[in-house]
Design a protein around this ligand. Structure first.
Ligand code: AMP
Ligand code: MG
Length: 268
């Protein structure tokens, strides 16, 4: 069971029914064990990527409130060496960020060579929340699809492999997760009153996500729609795509230093 990327130029539909487990999902215990194995594999490949020091992997996580972005970071990237990973959560832009173009803060957070970067939200907020709340006029956010494609193209030509995931949850699953945040004192902090306002705009967000995915899934920066109502399915699908991408990158350890035998002889 593997997630296919959204084919460039294809239509995207995000009905609630598509958020449930797809056919062929293994039982939960098997999936959890598999995610652990994939995590070990990501760790091995990351070690080589770090040693090689010439390329980076950027993973973009997008999704509605409670879609499991934080959980995916923890489950999929938790096993990695902290030295080789950079995680950035994008919040409401600060005045300094707003004083620049919307890609300014994003470009600075692109992972350096040798590392894996994870964006927990991203520049896509600038065609999602910004569109739904009309924070800029339509022609301004509409022009961003192409700007984003060009930006990602530049990154890819400079050694950054990009994978994008939309964590797709249903409205009912979100209701349960939001309610859980109001019933468990250790989760109160995750609830924000604004989440209910966002939830009321469900269909507007669906339309914004559909169009964003249609316009910005490219060969060099493909989107993947992750059916995320079940957390173990989400983790399994994301981890598998990440492993496949790293294996295609095939990072190589550098060869021996010049004079290896002399150095050995000296130390022996
Ligand atoms: P959270 O992910 O729960 O920490 O919330 C972060 C909030 O920041 C979300 O409500 C996002 O929609 C919001 N946010 C992130 N980027 C932007 C942006 N470029 N413009 C406006 N709001 C944003
Ligand atoms: Mg939140």
């Amino acid at each position: 069971m593997r997630l296919e990327p959204v084919a460039p130029g294809s239509r995207v539909h995000l009905p609630d029914a598509a958020a449930g487990p797809p056919p062929g999902v293994p039982p939960k215990a098997d999936a959890v064990a598999r995610v652990r194995k994939l995590g070990e594999r990501i760790d091995e490949l990351q070690d080589a990527l770090y040693a090689e020091g010439r390329r980076a992997l950027l993973v973009v996580l997008q999704g509605r409130d409670t879609s499991g972005k934080d959980g995916a970071v923890r489950r999929v990237f938790g096993p990695l060496d902290p030295l080789g990973i950079v995680i950035t959560s994008f919040k409401v832009p600060t005045p300094l960020e707003l004083a620049h173009d919307y890609l300014w803060r994003v470009h600075q957070a692109v992972p350096p060579k040798g590392t894996i970067g994870v964006f927990n939200r991203s520049h896509y907020e600038d065609v999602l929340v910004v569109r739904v709340h009309e924070l800029v006029p339509e022609p301004v956010w509409r022009a961003r699809y192409e700007q984003i494609n060009q930006f990602e193209h530049i990154l890819s030509e400079n050694g950054v492999t990009i994978l994008k995931f939309f964590l797709h949850i249903s409205r009912e699953e979100q209701r349960e997760r939001l309610l859980a945040r109001l019933e468990d004192p250790t989760k109160y902090w995750k609830f924000s009153a604004g989440d209910l306002g966002e939830r009321e705009r469900w269909d507007e967000y669906t339309a914004a996500y559909e169009e964003a995915l249609e316009r910005t899934s490219t060969a060099v920066a493909p989107w993947h729609v992750v059916p995320a109502d079940r957390k173990y399915v989400r983790d399994l699908l994301v981890a598998q795509v990440v492993v496949d991408a790293l294996e295609r990158m095939a990072p190589q350890y550098p060869g021996p230093p010049d004079g290896l035998e002399n150095f050995r002889a000296t130390l022996r």
